[in-house]
Design a protein around this ligand. Structure first.
Ligand SMILES: Nc1ncnc2c1ncn2[C@@H]1O[C@H](COP(=O)(O)OP(=O)(O)OP(=O)(O)O)[C@@H](O)[C@H]1O
Ligand SMILES: [Mg+2]
Length: 253
């Protein structure tokens, strides 16, 4: 099987207020894989993830250099990053439900993209809510405020909203930080299904989550990738760097 590189990160440097956080990082992300990124606090996981769809643009103090190729084209070449954010979706650690109804949340992006057909919008909404394993819990209150949902439901709504863009890559930053184990397992099952259609990059502080969900895992420390390999190798003890093994075994972090 030919493995296609969906994203190629080349010589990426990220600094905040001239303090270098990530220096010359190189990383290939394959199409339809789940790449888990692990590593202790402050190792630059979120910074790396947010650079993949130029969320970093919103922060005036941040300076990003290097290249990030999406299907071979540098995402930093284009002035406008709106289209990029449709192609590369981002789910943040704490859900941020827009202060609107559940339906409005999920149909916002397609509406902005010009879809006016209510039937089509309903179809997109149902599809995304089903994919995010939320449909059954909200189908009778679609016009209720999203902010009234529980934390776990709001997190799944964030995923449904990200899916409404039809992303090719879905980035998730510690999606289970504020939710219970049952909901976490539901979302994990969702991600497992979604990877058939998209590429998933997932930052997690839960080692077992990386182990369960990842096809490959990358270990970050001090802005570098110490190790990246198949889960079989990383969790089978075949790490390049001893610190990866130590981190996985809970010796630091
Ligand atoms: N907006 C910012 N302004 C200044 N410094 C920042 C900013 N965001 C992150 N940093 C710094 O960059 C470094 C890496 O942070 P980042 O959030 O990428 O790490 P992380 O691996 O995601 O950590 P955690 O596991 O705690 O989420 C940290 O030292 C942090 O203080
Ligand atoms: Mg982080």
């Amino acid at each position: 099987m030919v493995i296609k590189k969906k994203i190629e990160v080349k010589n990426l440097c990220i600094g905040y207020n001239n303090k270098q956080i990530i220096e010359n990082l190189n990383l290939d992300i394959f199409q339809n894989e789940v790449l888990a990124i692990i590593g202790p606090a402050n190792s630059g996981k979120t910074s790396l993830l947010r650079s993949l769809n130029r969320m970093t643009d919103f922060n005036a103090e941040v300076k990003v250099t290097g290249q990030i190729l999406l299907d071979g084209e540098n995402i930093y070449d284009d002035e406008d990053s709106t289209f990029l954010r449709r192609r590369v979706g981002m789910v943040s650690p704490l859900p941020v439900g827009l202060p609107m109804t559940i339906k409005e949340n999920v149909t916002y992006a397609p509406r902005m993209a010009g879809c006016k057909d209510e039937k089509e919008l309903d179809h997109i909404m149902e599809d995304c809510l089903k994919k995010a394993a939320l449909w059954d819990e909200v189908k009778d209150r679609l016009n209720g405020l999203a902010t009234k949902l529980s934390g776990g439901q709001q997190q799944r709504l964030t995923i449904a909203r990200a899916l409404s863009h039809h992303p090719e890559v879905l980035c998730l930053d510690e999606f289970s930080i504020a939710i219970d184990p049952v909901t976490t397992m539901k979302i994990e099952a969702v991600l497992h299904e979604l990877k058939k259609d998209m590429t998933i990059v997932m930052v997690t502080n839960v080692i077992n989550q990386a182990k369960r969900l990842g096809d490959r895992t990358a270990m970050m420390l001090h802005g570098n990738i110490l190790d990246i390999d198949t889960n079989e190798r990383i969790f089978g003890g075949h790490t390049q760097d001893k610190r990866t093994k130590d981190y996985i075994e809970g010796l630091f972090g």
